[in-house]
Design a protein around this ligand. Structure first.
Ligand code: ADP
Ligand code: 5GP
Length: 207
């Protein structure tokens, strides 16, 4: 059977500080077929964040221009004033080349992606407890206490969205959580509904 196929579109969401970035980085280090989409945002870079690697950092005017030109797969306006969006071209190109693409986006964005791409796999990451989420957020040391409180308050709303996701992964131990993500990927690649595999299998059997 040929290996050529469209990649999987994976959406990873979860409260800020739960460990999404940490898990996705670890997953990518172990899987060369996975790419992450780099979002555009109007929020300021954190120390160590590089334009084009962690985000495309944009002014509000630049971001709105991209919106007007239809350059986003989805975008949102959160935390009072900041915009975040997924550039469309990169994702579509990588999927068509057979790479699996991870979007690390919020719950509103995830719902929009599911509507546009019903085949997308939605994974919600959570932590063993709310207090653990808060201490990780504080421990990361990248937000002011006011920003931490804002993000933590949003976490309660986000967790209510878990039933809309295909999978939930509890990020207790990093290795275990990464293993669960890999298991989800493997299972999804084997789904009968993913037509490229099925068509090829049927063709092969028919020969
Ligand atoms: P997110 O991307 O969800 O906002 P990060 O990946 O930045 O979260 O992780 C937030 C903080 O929690 C970081 O300091 C990270 O090192 C830490 N962290 C991530 N996963 C775990 C874990 N399983 N146990 C303890 N700390 C963790
Ligand atoms: P942070 O500022 O911590 O990098 O991200 C804040 C939130 O925005 C996280 O929940 C993150 O997943 C989400 N986010 C990042 N990029 C995008 C995007 O392109 N679209 C949407 N909808 N959410 C995003």
């Amino acid at each position: 059977m040929k290996e050529q196929r469209n990649g999987l579109l994976l959406v990873v969401s979860g409260p800020s500080g739960v460990g999404k970035g940490t898990l996705v980085k670890a997953l990518m280090e172990r899987n060369s077929r996975i790419k992450t989409s780099v979002s555009a945002t109007t929020r300021a870079p954190r120390p160590g964040e590089i334009d084009g690697i962690h985000y495309f950092f944009k002014t509000e005017e630049e971001f709105k221009g991209m919106v007007d030109r239809g350059e986003f797969l989805e975008y949102i306006h959160v935390f009072g004033s900041k915009y975040y969006g997924t550039p469309r071209t990169f994702v579509e190109q990588q999927l068509s080349e057979g790479y699996d693409v991870i979007l690390e986006i919020d719950v509103q964005g995830a719902m929009k992606v599911k509507q546009a791409f019903p085949d997308a796999v939605l994974i919600f990451i959570t932590a063993p407890s709310m207090s653990e989420i808060k201490s990780r957020l504080i421990g990361r040391g990248t937000e002011t206490m006011e920003q931490v409180e804002k993000r933590f308050a949003t976490a309660f709303e986000e967790i209510k969205m878990i039933p809309h996701y295909d999978y939930v992964v509890v990020n207790d131990m990093i290795d275990k959580a990464v293993h669960h993500l890999e298991a989800i990927l493997e299972a999804e690649r084997c789904r009968t509904g993913r037509s490229a595999y099925l068509t090829e299998a049927i063709e092969e059997i028919g020969r």
